[in-house]
Write a protein that binds this ligand. Structure first.
Ligand SMILES: C[S@@+](CC[C@H](N)C(=O)[O-])C[C@H]1O[C@@H](n2cnc3c(N)ncnc32)[C@H](O)[C@@H]1O
Length: 276
């Protein structure tokens, strides 16, 4: 397992420096410095379901370079971002130092979060958009989430749908389910020098290991961890071009299927509450 973790971390360190480009087609982080009211497209999509988060003690798991994290802070939450990539966190800290957003960052594997953050102390655990596929066990993840939440606190996750992760993105016609939908012990191994946003250079740490988790497995793991499900919504879009050549970009920054609009869910939102 350590080999998978180290390989994935090296890939994310590499991606993080490429993703942190100030301008361009990717995260374009300079926008957050130039406009102190700007929210990421991801958080803007969540707004209606997220509701009022002012003052909530919040942890953003797998926060990457901090663009969603600082967006939560801009909505008034007291936010700590957690990620295992030191390069991502260096970029995130540099960004908020310049933008002036009040955010803390902690370096840790998600599964070790309860040893670096105070258990049972968060009103909101926020995560998603390419987070769960890096984790081998959904049950262990749900236990960490439940362990972080204070009584009455809630999980908010919007994530790529497991049916999307099962699709072969290299086919530009006929959606093809090629990869496991259900969680497998053995990861899918990839070797790819590109990433999900345009960058100015190919990656050098190209290998990754990923796991899918079925929607039923995700819900069941949260229930087994003692949480109460309060929302499960499936969406016809996702915030990155997950199936190149088959998607249209909408005005809100979301990508939806073009010719086959509506044939499959591409992302979902789950909310779950820890009983008070
Ligand atoms: C696709 S990004 C999350 C995206 C985020 N929503 C965004 O776009 O800013 C995935 C993040 O998960 C982190 N990550 C992957 N595996 C992890 C682990 N085991 N523990 C902590 N962070 C992890 C990576 O470093 C990366 O920053």
């Amino acid at each position: 397992m350590q080999e998978y973790l180290d390989t994935n971390r090296a890939n994310w360190d590499d991606r993080a420096s490429a993703h942190a480009a100030r301008t361009g087609l990717g995260y374009a982080v300079q926008r957050y410095v130039d406009d102190p009211a700007l929210l990421s497209d991801v958080v803007r999509f969540d707004l209606d379901r997220l509701g009022d988060i002012r003052g909530l003690r919040t942890v953003h798991l797998q926060c990457h370079i901090g663009t969603d994290t600082l967006s939560l802070a801009r909505l008034g939450a007291q936010v700590t971002g957690l990620d295992f990539s030191p390069v991502a966190l260096t970029e995130a800290k540099a960004l908020v130092a310049e933008s002036g957003d009040q955010v803390q960052f902690v370096e840790s594997d998600v599964y070790a979060a309860l040893s670096v953050l105070e258990p049972a102390s968060y009103d909101l655990v926020y995560t998603g958009i390419g987070a769960l596929c890096w984790l081998p066990s959904i049950d262990r993840w749900a236990q960490v989430v439940a362990g972080l939440l204070a009584p009455g606190g809630r999980l908010f996750i919007r994530e790529g749908h497991p049916i999307l992760w099962a699709m072969d993105e290299t086919r530009d016609e006929d959606l093809l389910l090629r990869f496991p939908y259900f969680e497998q012990e053995k990861p899918l191994a990839w070797d790819d020098d590109s990433t999900y946003v345009a960058t100015d250079r190919p990656l050098t740490a190209t290998k990754t290991y990923e796991w899918n988790h079925g929607l039923g497995e995700i819900v069941t793991s949260l229930l087994a961890a003692g949480l109460t499900l309060t929302m499960l919504v499936e969406h016809d879009s996702v915030p990155w071009e997950a199936l190149p050549g088959q998607m249209i970009e909408r005005a809100d920054g979301e990508f939806a299927l073009d010719a086959r609009a509506g044939v499959a869910p591409l992302s979902y939102t789950i909310q779950a509450v820890k009983p008070g």
